[in-house]
Design a protein around this ligand. Sequence first.
Ligand code: EPS
Length: 347
Amino acid sequence: MAKMSLTTAGESHGKALVAVLEGLPAHLAIDLEKINADLALRQSGFGRGGRQKIEKDAAEILTGVRDGETLGSPVTLCIYNKDYANWQACMSDGACDKATKSAKALTKVRPGHADLTGVIKYAQEDARNILERASARETAIRVAAGGVYKAYLSALGVEIAGRVKSVLDIVDDKEYTFEQLAAAKATQTGIVDKAKDEAAVERIKAMRAAGDTAGGVVEIRVKGLKSGFGGVMTYAEKLDARLAQGLMSIQAVKGVEVGLGFEAATRSGKEVHDEIFYAEDKGFYRTTNRAGGIEGGMSNGEEILLKVAMKPIPTLMKGLQTVDYATKEKAIAAAGRSDTCAIFAMG
Ligand code: EPS
């Protein structure tokens, strides 16, 4: 079997987003409705911006699936951007309308976004040629691809759940069972605790009123992964490293923790390492899981526990101080429309 790989492509305001998934086995049942339900979740949550009113993301399967099952050939997924209809004049692959292209050019580069470093690195004048790919719109097609991988994981008995743990300084410190995390999907911000969810909504409203943005922390848990996934022999196969790479590649993510994460550095060895026990009926087990289910870069059979920190979105409606890349003069950073908070979607 070919090595599993995922390639995504597509500009935020271009025709479509696509993904090619290689190396999947044959006979995986693919349910497009489930994938589209995940896409709807990604579009929701309190604090999303105007774009989500335009899009109603739905994936189309172009290749690799027949009669609801994978064939073992590359699977290609596609999501058409409804907003392309409004951008065709300046996003067409053919000749663009020069006046529209220049009106939509972005040179008042946004601090925190890919704009400035991108125009320099790729030798562009217009940061639109950078931001179209840097945009978190790309996560739509990754969510669709994730739906296919979830079918694969589910065949292995692996389930994933998540919840928002915090938005700005509003933190839900309660402990939840894996099953209780399902409630997060029905909340406004992804925070399970009702009072904290309400408080987070108020904080996001205040940010919106101030033309500002907010980030937060998401907790992810993976249940049912047997021990031994990943590997200790080479750095590239370490499971924690690979998970961090995947998570850090999500737009606006600035930190990933496994198990205790940074807190492990503040505790002694006795307070960190999970003692090992053995029983005839369950084999080796631990009564704590501070390692977050990964030791030596390998899953150890316990739940995988991860935390992911998202910074505030860098498009601020009351823009920050910057420099116009075209004139090199002092300017206020560009703002068209923006999410105030996309933490629910990130989860
Ligand atoms: C997004 C679509 C984008 C942004 C957002 C994510 O749409 P537009 O640029 O047309 O408003 O709302 O992207 C960013 C946060 C970003 O910084 O680029 C989406 O579908 O999730």
